[in-house]
Design a binder for this molecule. Sequence first.
Ligand code: SF4
Ligand code: SF4
Length: 457
Amino acid sequence: MAIESAVSTFPGGAHPPENKQISEALAIEAVAPPKRVSVLLSQHLGAPCKPLVAKRDKVQAGQMIGSSDAFVSAPVHAPISGTVKDIALQPHPVTGRTPAIVIEADAENNPQRALPFDRFDASFSVEPYDAEQICDAVQAAGLVGMGGAGFPTRVKIAPSKEMPKDILIINGCECEPFITCDYRLMLEATWQVLAGVRLAAKAAGVKKVRIGIEDNKPQAVKVMAEAVAGIADMDITVVSVKTQYPQGGERQLIQSVLGKTVPTGTIPPMMGVCVLNIATCAAIAEAVVLEGPLTHRVTTVTGRAIAKPGNYYVPVGMTVADLIDHCGGLTEQAAKVVLGGPMTGFALADLSTPLTKTSGALTLLTRDDVTEAKHARQQTPCIRCGRCLTACPEKLNPTRIAHAVKANRMDLARQYFMSACIECGCCSYVCPANIEVTGYIKTGKILDAREKKRMQA
Ligand code: SF4
Ligand code: SF4
């Protein structure tokens, strides 16, 4: 089997309880189309989309309904057929509220979308596709990084004279506690994922691919390694990396797979490295081979406060409330709804928040989970123990940045490389004084962005 051991691992990090057992054995299940969806016009990094439809327009499932001319952007598509009921502000998990296209389903014309996994097998060949064709299909389908950042995929994989790529690293770590959507994709959609990997490699012009998977997922390592062993047209290998949070961070994974540090202030493409996650690769295959836009994704619904946890193939734009209903509702112990995982997710105040292309999980926490959590305990003054420094995988000084933000000294926060923080949450997790260090840094980044915008206006 084509398995390599990791060259090294990154410094720092943490080992939060994994809690994967809640959903890791549950096969992906397609969800029926909801009665209404809200497709946010900004669910990626870059310019938001402008609507291509108007109120009362009829739309078909898969139709492009929003786009932008900007280079860094990705169009959005209707996940269901129906009528545009409104174009209005809707809850957004990060920004509060953002414009969205609200579609009411056509009750007669909305068959359930089938899982595409069995449309791919070992006979897949990249031969019929050229780089330009792959990039165009990826852009037309509205693909963005589905691991969380939401960076438009075309920009990532397109060949670049300034920054030629040597290697493609596939992120199969899924290091965030609770989440299992990528794990299930590796087991159930192995050939679709690998078709996407090979298409991305062809578009990027690379022959060398490494698939990093944490060693707490031996089944995924085995299945993927057996499958890649039969691929002869590319140097493609599975790398078993240490289970260590945040191993799935781009820079951390590069360190583990290649043994090279991505210097602060630089980005992986400057080192000839392109990193994509598993769900993004599955979506690339769907976009290029099946010409299917990114209207559905696999989302893990997990935690001890949901009746029926699982891994669900959901329409993008379905509300959190509808997905919770589909999963049998909340249990009596429910206390907190988090979009994402417990380390990097966002606690929701409004369950009408729609799912986006980057919504890999919905974590439903109980009262016990919440009272056990660090942030529920009383914050005490910093004792300068230095644990946050040791845990920071980016080798930052988190407490110093947090103090600068508290004192409204953005000039200092910038000097301390606040923008290099990957918001992994390790500093908060290890802090014995229960200080929400990451929260201060996230706030600092938002304030800094607002200040920059004001100065540009
Ligand atoms: S400062 Fe940022 S990168 Fe470092 S541990 Fe805290 S959240 Fe993670
Ligand atoms: S871990 Fe907490 S108490 Fe220790 S230095 Fe960092 S912020 Fe202060």
